[in-house]
Design a protein around this ligand. Structure first.
Ligand SMILES: Nc1ncnc2c1ncn2[C@@H]1O[C@H](COP(=O)(O)OP(=O)(O)O)[C@@H](O)[C@H]1O
Ligand SMILES: [Mg+2]
Length: 418
């Protein structure tokens, strides 16, 4: 296929020029007589040879032109009985081989329907030519007539078959190029689909990052509010109580005997201050645990085990992870388990819950199940929705399977490392 396509058009034109010249020159030996009769014959030969030049661009037109000239030659250039032709200029010459070239070209470049019609026209032309030529060669037309018919028809057929085989090769090359193009288009489409998928993924990640940033900002605000409304208020009360105690003690040290009333009031203030200090401590501990439970430092298994022990309902725990996930993943898994156990206690009406954590292909799979009445669903702004957002920030997933009547299975998948 390659050579046919790389052969420059310029070379094809040169080839046809040489071919036309050769076909024209082939009949030189047949140009006899005075100039008046010879020149028209030379002109017809030149005209016939010239039809070779546009044959590739206009195969049908070139063939039609050649055929018209050949038909005129058969009609006027051949005389039955061998008499002198009515038009000497139109007598057939060797240049008529042009017709074979044109037929082959038609078969190579034209549609097959047309090239077959061309073949029929040529064969009919052969028959007509022989019928007009034969009577001139009496009385023994037998073998020579047969040989001439066979020769002409054979040559015509050979030219057509030659052209058609070229067409076949062209078509094959064409189909191959079509297939190649289709494959290229397919590859381009695939690449575009991949690009689109990558863009979609980038958008998704951007959204998740925004949610993660929002999530941590909200958490900071909550901690600030808890400190402000809780520990800070209590510490203020503590400072005030201590101030009053100090004043009372100062007054007592000033000389006057403390009355029983004053002593009782001071004791009450000390007791309140003590209680406030203990409450503040407990609150700060809870707050710290909400930020990062210290037990997580001993691993996810230990943290979940502590969570299970303090749960309101019995919890079966099964943790089998050969390697510790990164701290961020452990924290997310822990907070998920805490929220899910709280849900079980709050909504599930369950008698039992189980937590199982396994590692699979480097990912952490945690299932929290309960035998309650089912009906867990993600509601906007709810705890479950918050968990989903949190696991999505690290490319994890959360699925809730909780048909009416139970049981409830919440499956969480997290990467081993964030
Ligand atoms: N383990 C469970 N069993 C039954 N229902 C549940 C369970 N967990 C959650 N649900 C239901 O799904 C809803 C959404 O849960 P969640 O998002 O955690 O919100 P909430 O703040 O109410 O706990 C709950 O209101 C509850 O009706
Ligand atoms: Mg909840």
């Amino acid at each position: 296929m390659a050579e046919m396509h790389v052969w420059p058009r310029r070379d094809l034109r040169l080839t046809d020029g040489v071919l036309a010249a050769a076909l024209f020159a082939a009949s030189a030996g047949q140009w006899h007589g005075p100039a008046a009769t010879r020149l028209p014959l030379v002109a017809v030969s030149a005209l016939l040879a010239a039809t070779v030049l546009p044959r590739r661009r206009y195969p049908a037109a070139a063939f039609a032109a050649g055929t018209v000239i050949a038909a005129a030659q058969i009609a006027f250039g051949l005389q039955p009985g061998g008499a002198a032709p009515s038009a000497y200029a139109l007598q057939p010459t060797t240049t008529d081989l042009v017709i074979l070239v044109l037929l082959a070209t038609l078969a190579a470049y034209g549609p097959r329907r047309i090239s077959v019609a061309g073949l029929v026209v040529c064969l009919a032309g052969c028959v007509a030519a022989i019928m007009r030529w034969a009577p001139a060669h009496q009385p023994s037309p037998g073998p020579s007539l047969f040989a001439a018919a066979l020769g002409l028809a054979g040559l015509t057929l050979a030219a057509w078959v030659l052209g058609d085989s070229v067409a076949y090769r062209y078509r094959r090359a064409y189909y191959a190029s079509l297939e190649e193009r289709a494959a290229r288009l397919e590859a381009e489409r695939n690449a575009q689909a991949q690009l689109a998928a990558a863009a979609e993924r980038a958008r998704e990640l951007q959204e998740r990052r925004a949610r993660a940033v929002e999530d941590s900002a909200a958490r900071l605000r909550r901690i600030e509010r808890d400190l402000h409304d809780g520990a800070q208020v209590r510490l203020t009360a503590l400072a005030m109580a201590l101030g009053e105690i100090k004043e009372n003690l100062g007054a007592a040290g000033g000389g006057a005997d403390p009355t029983a009333d004053d002593a009782a009031r001071t004791r009450m203030l000390v007791a309140a201050a003590h209680q406030n200090a203990k409450d503040t401590l407990a609150e700060l501990r809870d707050l710290a645990r909400g930020i990062h439970p210290p037990v997580l430092d001993r691993g996810l298994g230990a943290a979940l085990s502590m969570l299970s022990e303090t749960s309101a309902i019995p919890v079966g725990l099964d943790v089998s992870i050969p390697e510790r996930p990164s701290p961020a993943i452990e924290a997310i898994a822990y907070f998920c388990a805490a929220e899910l156990l709280a849900n079980v206690a709050k909504h599930g009406a369950a008698s039992r819950a189980t937590i199982s954590v396994i590692e699979q292909d480097g990912r952490l799979l945690m299932n929290v199940t309960d035998d309650g009445g089912g009906g867990a669903r993600l509601v906007p702004g709810g705890g479950l929705a918050g968990l989903l957002e949190r696991v999505q920030t690290v490319d994890g997933s959360l699925r809730a399977d909780s048909p009416p009547g139970g049981p409830t299975v919440i499956a969480i998948e997290l990467p081993g490392h964030a």
